[in-house]
Write a protein that binds this ligand. Structure first.
Ligand code: ADE
Length: 243
């Protein structure tokens, strides 16, 4: 997979060279390219923003540097351009799984009051576009969101995780029906007066599996009842998302 990042703060994306993505680059699974959007601004101050048409507070990112950047990066129809924005679709594990199947992701990290809408419209004419929000809160810019999306996607790439089984069991994996993960314990058996549940030390694999499923359900009901609620799907029928 190839990942490109367009940003006015390339240093913000330095963590890509560490940890998970860095490891994937070393092993040849990933190619990462971080680009300074100002390279495609041509005035003396390398301006990338301007005042909004219609008035209002703040500044809007100008379209021209983005258009030139897409051209320079040779973005093509098979690619996916991701605009990280608080007004995008909510990011979740299913979307991460979907994005992990793509060959190339181009992250467009906006700042200020957002990017001129024509950039997004133009992007749709040259590639697949996803507008993605991390959640219902506002960050100062899209870089942190791009990092979060990257980490969630990269760890799903085939051959990346040392232990593929940990992908199956963890919170939000589709294969667990979207339940949160059960609590986990390691040695010692008693710590600060708190005991490891006896069933986990019983050696009874069936009982352990039942206990874990029950704990996952309880935890989900308590913390994220929305994940248990029946949800509507496009054909008008209703399904249980988590079981
Ligand atoms: N940029 C600013 N806020 C954001 C959010 N919540 N998600 C993604 N990108 C953002």
């Amino acid at each position: 997979m190839r990942l490109d990042y367009l940003t006015i703060f390339p240093d913000y994306l330095a963590p890509l060279r560490l940890s998970l993505p860095g490891k994937a680059v070393d092993s040849g699974l990933l190619e990462i390219h971080v680009h300074d959007l100002r390279s495609w601004a041509h005035d003396k101050h390398r301006t990338v923003d301007d005042t909004p048409y219609g008035g209002g507070a703040g500044m809007v990112m100008k379209p021209e540097p983005w258009g030139e950047a897409f051209d320079a990066l040779a973005v093509e129809p098979g690619d996916t351009i991701i605009f990280t924005t608080p007004s995008g679709e909510r990011f979740d594990q299913r979307l991460a799984e979907d994005l992990a199947t793509r060959g190339r992701l181009v992250f467009a990290c906006g700042r200020y009051e957002g990017i001129d809408q024509r950039v997004i419209d133009h992007a749709r004419s040259i590639a697949e576009v996803r507008e993605i929000s991390l959640g219902d809160y506002v960050l100062n810019g899209g870089e942190v969101a791009a990092l979060a999306v990257t980490e969630a996607v990269v760890r799903l790439l085939p051959g990346f995780m040392g232990n593929a089984e940990s992908l199956v069991e963890e919170s939000h994996a589709a294969s667990t029906g979207g339940l949160l993960e059960y609590p986990v314990y390691t040695k010692p058996p008693v710590w600060q007066g708190h005991e490891v549940p006896a069933v986990l030390r019983s050696g009874d694999h069936g009982a352990v599996a039942r206990w874990r499923h029950d704990q996952a359900r309880r935890r989900t009901a308590q913390r994220r009842p929305d994940l248990l609620a029946p949800s509507s799907i496009d054909d008008g029928s209703t399904i249980e998302r988590a079981v």
